[in-house]
Design a protein around this ligand. Sequence first.
Ligand SMILES: [Zn+2]
Length: 347
Amino acid sequence: MSELQVERSRITNPIDFDKNGRQAGYLRAPLSRDKSGWGVVEIPMISIKNGSGPTVLLTGGIHGDEYEGQIAISRLAQTLDPAKVQGRVIMIPAYNIPAVLNDSRLSPVDNRDMNRCFPGNPKGTFSEMLAHFLDGYVLPQADVSVDLHTAGHSFDSAPSTNMHYLPDAGMRQKTMAAAAAFGAPFNVVFWGVDEGATFTSCVERRGAISLGTELGGWGRVSVEGVRIGRRGVDNILKHFGVIEGEVDTVQRHGAAGTRQMMVRDLGAYAFSPASALFEPTNVVGEAVRAGDPAGWLHFIEDVDHAPLEVSYPRDGVLWMSAGPGRVTRGDPVAVVMSDYDDAVAAG
Ligand SMILES: [Zn+2]
C-alpha cells in the first residue's frame, strides 16, 4: 500500500527506506508537556539495505518491561555488516520508548497498552499515534515481521515464537517454516484472547509474514531468552536469504528443532477465582496433566483460610505461568499448550 493512502502522521522519519547502506536515526514523535510545549520523543530506528531481497522488520519494546527482544535487536543493529545484506533489515529495538524508559507494559504518557491500539490514529493518544505510524508507514515496507515480546510482569513463558492460526494454508506453512527457522524450543499457533487491535493482526491484514515471540518474563532478563532471541533474529535473516549461513536450531539440552504447538481456545487457560498469592507447581516448558494442581492460592492475610487449589485445564506443556506473586480474580495463572494438529486446528 502506498503511503499516500495513509492519513498523514505527526511523526517525522529521517530514514529513507529506499536508500542503500546503513542509516541510523530517530523518529520524532511530538509530545507537548508542561515544560516543553514543542517537545518530541525520539525513537531509535536503524535501516540496512543492500542489493535485492526481502525486507525483514524487527520490533522490540512495544511493551516496556520486556527486555530480551530489545537486547537482541540492539545487538544486531550494532553488528550487522551492510555489505553482507541482500535485501533490507529495519530494526526498531525500543519502539514504545516512553514505556521502555518507564519499565512498564503500559505507556506512562496515556496509560494505554500500545499492542491494543492498532491500527492506531494519527490524531489520537500518544500510543495510538505510534501504532498508526508503525502500521501505515513502516509495515508497508515489510515482507516479514518479527515482533519480539516476553510475558512481561504477567507470566514467565517457555521460550517460544507464536503466530495466529492462518486460514490460508500457504501463508500458514510459510509462517510455521519461519518459526522453525527462528529456532525457539516451541512455536505456538494460537487464537488470541483479545485480537483485532494487536500489531500481529495489522501485519496479517497487510499480507506480510508475522511472527511474535515470548522469550521470558517476570520482569527480568532471561539468559536463555536472550540466547534464543539473538540466535533467532540471525536465523530469520538466514532463512529468508538476507544474510548467508545455515540456521542453528540446536536446543539447550541437545535436541534439534522447534516443537510445533497450539493454544486453540480459552480452555487452555486456568484463571484465578480469587485475589491471593499464587504458588505455582511447575516451571514453564514442563509436561502437565489435566486435573493436577497448577498451584495454590494463599490468603496470607487470613490466619484460618486454607489454600485454594487451581488445577490444569488440560494435558499438555506449560507455556505460561504466573508468579509467584499476587494475582487478582480473573488473571490467568497458567496457559497449557498442546501439540499442533492441523486437522484439529482447522476444525
Ligand atoms: Zn509484550
